[in-house]
Design a binder for this molecule. Sequence first.
Ligand SMILES: [Fe+2]
Length: 285
Amino acid sequence: MGHNSIEVRKIAGALGAEVTGVDLSQPLDDDTYAAVRGAFVEHGVIFFRDQVLTPETHKRLSRCFGPFGETPFVKTMPGHPEIIAVIKEASDVKTHNFGGGWHSDFSFLERPPLGSLLYARDVPPYGGDTLWASMYLAYEELSDGLKQSLEGLKAVHSGRRSYGTQGLFASGGGVKAMTVVPSEAGDAEILHPVVRTHPESGRKALYINGVYTIRFEGWTEAESKPLLDYLQAHATRPEFTCRFRWSKGALAMWDNRCTQHNAINDYDGQRREMHRTTIEGERPV
Ligand SMILES: [Fe+2]
């Protein structure tokens, strides 16, 4: 399928676009790849509907955009160590959902993923939508004074609240249908700049998130909390977000370097199954 048939339509003012005219189960020719990559960088998150992907074709598609990223702590699909099956069973009620809470995937890694590809295999008839927020807008809409204060500042990121020895999964609070193995590695800390520059767009983005950012470098957690809370609330203002209603066969591909996302947990009693791959990223600068 040539790129002439590709159409890209924004779904919100801030970010997000739906792409039609591409069959992702087929290898992408150079023009199609360039059009999809361009839409990905321009819109932060892009959506495709009615795709029929196997784990193999999902991985082939992902691999076009870069090598696979690490998949720490979460047990991957049997035979497919590059795929995380994100599952909530109908019987998993009043529990945490994987991907709930605003975050950027695995930002506690030294080289967090460039992006993720999430494919819907089983979706509830209502609920289970996902939200994304633009960290470009979050940065751009700060005052010049606060931008200056954040320039050069670093923040500590850690997976400890989720994957650490005292974290959510270690205390049995995690999703039942998935196997997550918390460990001391989950308590590790890494420093990233609070404002990062996107290597492809050249734009500045706010790079903190509600799940993995612990404190500012050289500040205590208590000192950091008010400003982190402010920045996080600001970053997820409704006008900086988009919301995607999943359908079976839909695929979302998001840029983890300039967005946060939040999986809404509002479908207790119904099953949802998604397959995720991640693309390796660079150390944020
Ligand atoms: Fe996520």
